[in-house]
Ligand binder design. Sequence first.
Ligand SMILES: [Zn+2]
Length: 416
Amino acid sequence: MSWSYATHYKCDDCKIELSMGNRAVTTCPDCGGLLEVQYNFEELKKKSTPSDFKNRDRSIWRWHEFLPLKSKENIVSMGEGDTPLLPSIYIGGKLGLEKLYFKNDTLMPTGSFKDRGFSLAISYAKEIGITEGMTYSSGNAGMSFSAYAQRANMKTLTLVEYLANPLKQSLITLSGGKTAILHYKSMNEITQLLEEASRELNIYQFVNFINPIRHEAMKTYAYEISEALGWESPDYMIHPVGTGGGLWGAWKGFKELYELQWISKLPKMVAVQPSATGPHVKAFNQGKKVAVRVGDPTKTIAQSISADAPIQDGKRVLNALYESNGYAEEVTDEEIIGAMKDLGREGIVADPASAASVAGLKRLVQRGLIDSKSTIVCVITGGGLKQPKLIESLGNEDHVHINPDLSELSKLIKGL
Ligand SMILES: [Zn+2]
């Protein structure tokens, strides 16, 4: 039995196959397309069953056979993954849904789902001898990148969006990485800069999709959720989408489990973005295969998913939506705030981007697209405490003030 069943890379565009070796390759050296890790599932199927994974130590590394790291000696881990799949106690009832769950990745080591990807990407980079790296971030990814890289003794530069709030910017520096605040007019300028850096500068990049390893870790959503549901997929997986690494990775993971015949059906994938931008959603709803720049990223509170232009035309995310017969929804800030308050009633302090998944679900229900008996998972990708001013503004309106007086307290208790 192999520790990893990864075999090689394949280019999305020119379909060339490349050995993984110990090379610091990012995009396709021939055509610049995105590279995808391939695996030998025929062998894995002969040698593994779902029960093999059950009693291992809890983290994404339970699923090492499905990931491209070659040796466990190179694992850089802080206990990421295996977050709870929480059944809804409030929103499901409100929307008339019997089986609604939240995959609560606010409980990750640095407070967001990015830790899945960086545990894998930094471990892999360590394995191939990388000592310096760079990424671009809207905030959460930069903190995760810096924290994991420190543990691998790697020097890092994070270009963080000027739109990221000062707390997120500070958290990256606090986690030990070098930070530069990036000023730009459109995400297009950033993708162009990153592509030029790939060609001209000798620096390994960790940006989703451009780095061919990082988003492979998002497959663990599919493994963890299918296992928690008794080795069955949900009917709907609802993701907030920035670059779309989470949605794309989860879809790949479900397809792998289906190929192995460990699950009997595939979910419909749903992408949710803010209506102020939403390039993938707008392209999908027009039936297009590529997404283009649209909208203004400064006009939404969902800053983690506010990008106005997709990486490499958004083709991977759009493919996942079309292949899965899924949906795409755009939501307003008002709907996002409503969803943040509803998630509070579930015990989850979500950031606006994560709450967008719930706001998107409400839209699907309003459109009559979801059966009440469907199994639905909303992915809660990050905690709200990194946008403290917004969270403060949501809670303060309901506060009352009292003196240390029993009768005042008694009135409050009677009013519960
Ligand atoms: Zn190629």
